[in-house]
Design a protein around this ligand. Structure first.
Ligand code: PLP
Length: 361
């Protein structure tokens, strides 16, 4: 059994007994390859002093910065130690309840909900490439469920479902008293952002989770936030340890929100790279999902070659994200996060060699 997460490739090499090559290109991780904005590095000595002080219990100054950014009241925001922490609170809130998951999707929903004995209802999309939602089935299931999770844009496919469909689901949420949890961890990659946050005041059952990790390269600092109606925010906040958001994260996150130029630049570079790669993979005969993010999910022309392909690249130090623990994808797809132009050139050369070799077999 392969590790169920991307990143931390050393574990993967250990588990498979493959010697870890000196240089690695880790495509299994999908955090912004540009890393943190330069302004964070510039202010580092100033930030480091914060380590000696207790942070604000509500995550200020980040809390106010988020409320300003989205034009919402602070009472509707809960800051978390990464979106991952907020998913743990949601799972505590939904303990033993019926919860719908739409697959393929981010594996942490199931992992956290299972710990709290939620009764999971697994719904599968009709088509992986378009991550097309089975609306009738969703409507039927929502009548008896406490919540539905939707990853928008979806991880691992990168697809964002049409806004009209999401709005319809949010309306059903109100009608059937079913919480609609939208994970917008990758929403920063779209410009303008088709976020559902502006509708959240009107839809009392809608909960939106965002992560600062992906766009701003903050995987190690842990910062995310959740938007919902104030009563629910209070309930979820009651699960948190005091000072659960560290002061360094809250300050760095606030600075990152100023970095619109950095975000737009990232998006421009990503779109160009992603579309070139989509074309390249299609030219090789691969099936590629309609990603709008910084990663691509694809299937080889012959999906039976996936394991062999995965291992071949591991031995070369190129790590893809396998999909063995994803329902629907069942190991027959791969996900690749986009890295620097130089690294992607190496990946392309190696891939071209592989495709040429398998064409001869
Ligand atoms: C879709 C999705 N949501 C949430 C998270 C968790 O983000 P964070 O780093 O803020 O905990 C991830 C991380 O991989 C993710 O892919």
């Amino acid at each position: 059994m392969l590790p169920s997460h991307g990143a931390n490739p050393h574990k993967l090499f250990q588990q498979l007994g493959i010697p870890q090559p000196e240089h690695m290109i880790d495509l299994s991780e999908n955090v912004n390859v540009a890393g943190i904005p330069q302004s964070i590095r510039n202010s580092w000595t100033e930030y480091v002093q914060m380590i000696e002080k207790y942070p604000d219990p509500q995550g200020e100054p980040f809390l106010s910065a988020i409320a300003n950014k989205h034009h919402i009241s602070k009472e509707c925001v809960l800051v978390g130690n990464g979106a991952a922490e907020l998913f743990t609170f949601l799972a505590m809130f939904l303990a033993k309840q019926r919860v719908i998951l739409v697959h393929p999707t981010f594996s942490e929903y199931e992992a956290t909900l299972s710990v709290h004995e939620a009764q999971l209802i697994h719904v599968e999309v009709e088509d992986v490439c378009t991550w097309s939602l089975p609306m009738e089935q969703i409507q039927q299931e929502m009548k008896q469920a406490k919540a539905i999770y939707l990853c928008t844009p979806n991880n691992p496919t990168g697809v964002l479902p049409p806004q009209e469909q999401l709005q319809t689901i949010m309306e059903w949420g109100e009608q059937f008293n079913c919480y609609v949890i939208l994970d917008e961890a990758f929403m920063d990659w779209l410009e303008p952002e088709p976020t559902m946050i502006p509708c959240s005041e009107q839809f009392l059952h809608t909960i939106i989770v965002r992560s600062m990790t992906k766009m701003y390269g903050l995987a190690g600092i842990r910062l995310g936030y959740l938007i919902a109606q104030p009563q629910l925010i209070q309930k979820l906040a009651s699960y948190a340890a005091h000072w659960h958001v560290n002061g360094l994260a809250a300050t760095i996150g606030t600075q990152c929100l100023q970095e619109e130029e950095y975000r737009k630049q990232t998006i421009d570079t990503t779109i160009e790279q992603r579309e070139n790669w989509r074309q390249y993979l299609r030219n090789q005969g691969c099936v590629v999902a309609n990603s709008q993010t910084n990663y691509l999910c694809f299937q080889l022309p012959n999906p039976q070659h996936t394991k062999q392909f995965y291992r071949y690249f591991l031995e070369k130090g190129i790590v893809f994200r396998h999909t063995e623990n994803y329902r629907v994808l069942q190991g027959e797809w791969l996900r690749m996060g986009l890295k620097t132009a130089e690294e992607m050139k190496i990946v392309e050369q190696e891939m071209t060699r592989w495709f040429q070799q398998t064409a001869i077999l």
